[in-house]
Design a protein around this ligand. Sequence first.
Ligand code: AMP
Length: 236
Amino acid sequence: MSSSASNLQPTGVPGEPAASLKQRMVLLGPPASGKGTQAERIQARYGLAVTSTGAMLRAEAQAGSELGRAAEAHTNRGELVPDELILDLVAEWLEEHNGAFVFDGFPRTLGQGIALEQLLAERGTPLDVVFFFQTSEEVIHDRVLNRLTCHSCGHVFRMGLQVPNEDAACLHCGGKLGRRSDDNEAVLKDRLAQYHEKTEPLVSFYRERGILMELSANESPDAVFSQIVNVLEGLA
Ligand code: AMP
């Protein structure tokens, strides 16, 4: 790690984000680039509300709702879920959050990016920063094929590193671990194709707006978080 940023504490009232802290952000990147892991760390350190559209869809599918079933037909094929369904979920979520938030895995199409920009402009809460998780395809494959997700709390573990195998219990809540139905080689190929075609154009979209920050996301979670802290606290 090149700096001591990971030792810095946020300034301001304890438990409250500092006034100068960047607190409206998007985590953008390919599957398994570490967005969820970093979202958890940002939430733990700054108390910001996080939403992952992927996790929301999995919760809907687990609950057996109509939306969950409709979404699952897409996710299991590695396809993106139609913008209308996602935008309804996000608009509803934003109603309950007051101008400080982390979006993990949303937006994922230019249409979603434009809709989010309008939604936030109406509320007077534009994005402060978009973190772009730059990751090699080799690392993505390795992470997806060794990723276990808790069925109860959604926490993610690396098999062979944090937990020995799929029979281990969740280290956070004791829940059952398993592979996501879309975490396999065949579906990953399609997810990556969708990413390149539909999501990557958002990189230029946000670069043009001057809010894109590129992260070296092949590095360890600590090293990536240190890069994020520097940006959020205005140190980089
Ligand atoms: P994730 O958990 O972010 O990897 O998302 C899992 C799957 O949910 C994706 O492969 C998509 O099928 C679907 N999904 C999640 N977020 C979105 C989104 N913003 N737009 C469209 N589909 C999404």
